[in-house]
Ligand binder design. Structure first.
Ligand code: NDP
Length: 249
């Protein structure tokens, strides 16, 4: 029932949720949707103007005032992320959920000839930064009851596929990370870790991956939001260590 969740109008009221990659694609719509259901949203992303546009949309729709946190996950250091966690603690106070959504596709190339610079860039943004941010932010989320971390995987993270290179490997690592965090925390905290695999969704990334595809044949980010809301809401308390595929392959 996670995929078909029907959220109550204010089911995220009182929650503060950090969304990475909040300026575009699925992350943008997740941020708008979380705000619509009553959350205070922290908008993290690379391109400031995109975050500002999302901020304005949330305000115009009457949502709680969001916060903008510009950060390039490729170049941000561990100490930059610690500063961000400190800032959230001092300025915002509480954090109930984190949607790790930011990601890049990299190249669709055989591994044998995969460019190493691109490889490291993909692994850094999709995996290492996701790990570092989780580590620095965990103490904060542990302070609330039933904190929720949601990672973003992909079908090629669940089943590696030829030519998907670093992207597939980075998403396999994300699924593993969610699983290990789950095992290491499930007996000691109410924190929960899960992965969403959104499936083919109408965004710029998908258009780059499948240039010949008709975008109108795909679900929109709005279509897949019920699961994103469910995993941040108290309706998913007790759901841990899952990889939730939102669409058939
Ligand atoms: P988009 O390319 O549309 O959006 C990606 C987001 O990540 C943008 O907001 C982008 O910010 C941000 N981002 C990229 N690089 C960085 C960086 N270095 N630092 C901070 N933020 C960064 O992708 P989607 O919305 O399609 O994808 C969202 C997630 O869903 C990804 O993790 C993707 O792998 C996953 N996914 C998507 C599928 C699909 O069909 N769309 C299918 C399966 C998984 P900016 O615009 O400022 O660069």
């Amino acid at each position: 029932q996670i995929r078909t969740f029907k959220p109550e109008p204010k089911c995220l009221q009182g929650k503060t949720i950090l969304v990475t990659g909040a300026g575009d694609g699925i992350g943008r719509v997740a941020a708008l949707t979380y705000a619509k259901y009553g959350a205070t949203v922290l908008l993290l992303g690379k391109t400031l103007s995109k975050l500002e546009a999302v901020y304005d949309e949330i305000e115009a729709a009457g949502g709680k005032q969001p916060a903008i946190m510009p950060m390039n996950l490729e170049t941000a250091s561990y100490s930059d992320m610690q500063q961000l966690a400190n800032l959230i603690q001092t300025e915002i106070g509480e954090l109930h959920g984190v949607l790790h959504n930011a990601g890049i596709l990299g190249a669709l190339t055989p591994l044998e000839m995969y460019d190493i610079v691109t490889f490291e860039q993909v692994m850094r943004i999709n995996t290492t930064a996701t790990f570092m941010l989780t580590q620095v932010i965990m103490p904060l989320v542990k302070e609330v009851d039933n904190g929720s971390f949601v990672f973003t995987s992909s079908s090629v993270g669940t089943h590696p596929r030829a030519f998907w290179g670093a992207y597939a490997l980075s998403k396999q690592a994300v699924e593993g990370m969610s699983d290990i965090f789950t095992q290491e925390t499930q007996n000691t905290t109410s924190l929960r870790f899960n992965c969403i695999n959104p499936g083919g969704t109408r965004t710029n990334m998908r258009a780059h991956a499948y240039p010949g595809e008709n975008p109108m044949s795909l679900k929109t980010p709005e279509d897949i939001m019920p699961a994103y809301v469910c995993l941040m809401s108290d309706a998913s308390i007790g759901v841990r260590g899952q990889v939730i595929a939102l669409q058939p392959k």
